[in-house]
Design a protein around this ligand. Structure first.
Ligand SMILES: [Zn+2]
Length: 440
């Protein structure tokens, strides 16, 4: 059996009865975020390192604000903050305008500049299993209050929420409840995360695929059926120019415009990763693939000038590693649901080695996106060559297919002419007729 998680959105039926409590917990989440954020920034300034959520927990668990929520809910706020810091940490060197996660607070001043009022937004509050009692018969959940919001700190007090899902939805094996405030509607709603099981699917076949992730072509895929696909990352790159510029234009007087843009940017990235992963998994099912190897960033790769391939600076490397990890986890999840196994393979030497004869060339052999092999007297698409080497898994000694041992009767035309797929927001992933010029 394969474990899957589904999230159901639910309307709150007794909203007027629970809104005050939910508001108080939403504000508490914002206040805890701010306390932990202040601490993270202080550590960053002192040491140049950012604390992870474990460090954060040790530091703030005795702080009064930690008791504004159930302990597991407080912990989730700290995890979220640590994730936000990590993502900023990755971006900061390649994008000098990237800001660390902001405070969740808005200040109001009088004419003399004295603060007269402050407001906290209603942050999403997450309850995990210890904080939830689920009444499946009556469609109700009891959500544990933070000690600060109880009449007696040790009492078992909860917010009793009656929910309503779309017709036909069964809520069972509830793992997590998120209370999310919908600003436009001025209402809270619940996201109910349920664990389910499905029959472990049978793999579509015994074919294999290799994926090389890089900057220009976000993904190059080589299939054992001797076909190759390229997915240029131009959409990601365009967004990478557009959004920082727009964000820089925002005056950060608390209007939230910069936050909105950051959010939109991140949503578009996630959308791209999902569309791409879906497309690759569909293609893999068609071709009877049972295993996909994904190249794992081993370190810095070199281009024809011996320069690190765009990501020599550490910040870039972090950013791309972050994007590739995120994409790989989405792909793994989607592939699993089709019975396809996904494995990490070291990228070491995969860009230098000819995937047909196994000859290891020096870096000068990679020119204008082409891999040139003198031995074979041929030129392949460099990323497809990398993907094919990853499929063959060069570093797996037990693999008899590696080092081009099957080279004799292999045709190589497909290595030079991959199909190209572009992504756009309205139509998703679409084949493209001409090859995109990729300047290194
Ligand atoms: Zn060769």
């Amino acid at each position: 059996m394969l474990e899957v998680h589904r999230t159901h959105r639910a309307k709150i039926r007794n909203h007027s009865q629970v809104v005050d409590s939910l508001d108080r917990h939403g504000w508490s989440a914002s206040k805890l975020w701010n306390v932990a954020n202040y601490h993270s920034r202080a550590v960053w300034e002192d040491t140049g390192e950012i604390p992870d959520h474990g460090d954060l927990k040790d530091e703030v668990k005795t702080h009064p604000k930690y008791k504004g929520l159930h302990s597991q809910s407080s912990q989730r706020v700290l995890e979220e903050l640590a994730e936000a810091f990590n993502s900023w940490y990755g971006k900061r060197k390649s994008d000098s305008r990237a800001n660390p996660p902001g405070y969740r607070k808005r200040n109001y001043y009088d004419d003399d500049g004295n603060r007269v009022h402050e407001e906290h937004p209603r942050s999403t509050v997450t309850w995990k299993q210890n904080g939830i009692r689920h009444d499946t018969k009556n469609n109700r959940v009891r959500l544990s209050k933070g000690a600060n919001h109880k009449e007696h700190p040790k009492a078992w007090e909860y917010i009793l929420v009656e929910y309503e899902t779309r017709p036909g939805v069964t809520v069972e094996n509830l793992q997590q409840v998120r209370a999310v405030y919908d600003k436009a509607k001025g209402r809270w709603e619940l996201h109910l995360v349920c664990k389910g099981e499905i029959e472990t699917p049978v793999a579509p076949g015994n074919e294999s695929a290799g994926i090389d992730l890089s900057i220009c072509n976000f993904a190059a895929v080589a299939y054992s059926t001797q076909e190759a696909d390229l997915y240029p990352g131009n959409r990601l790159k365009q967004d990478g120019y557009y959004f920082p510029k727009e964000i820089a234009k925002c005056d950060d007087s608390g209007g939230g415009e910069a936050t909105r843009l950051h959010h939109k940017w991140s949503e578009r990235r996630t959308h791209f990763f999902h569309s791409l992963a879906k497309h690759i998994v569909e293609r893999s099912v068609e071709k009877g693939v049972g295993r996909i190897n994904v190249g794992k960033l081993a370190g810095v790769r070199e281009d024809e000038n011996g320069e690190s391939k765009n990501w020599g600076k550490h910040g870039n490397l972090d950013l791309h590693r972050w994007a590739f990890d995120r994409f790989t986890s989405i792909l793994t999840y989607k592939a699993k649901a089709e019975g396809i196994e996904v494995g990490d393979v070291s990228e070491r030497d995969t860009s230098k080695t000819c995937c047909v004869c196994g000859r290891e060339a020096d870096s000068q052999r990679v020119e204008r996106g082409l891999y040139v092999c003198e031995e074979c007297d041929a030129a392949f698409n460099a990323d497809v060559n990398g993907a094919e080497n990853i499929r063959l898994d060069l570093n797996d000694e037990s693999n008899s297919e590696s080092s081009g041992q099957l080279s004799e009767d292999r045709s190589t035309g497909w290595l030079a002419q991959p199909a190209v797929y572009l992504h756009d927001l309205s139509s998703g992933v679409q084949p493209q007729a001409q090859v995109v010029d990729c300047k290194p």
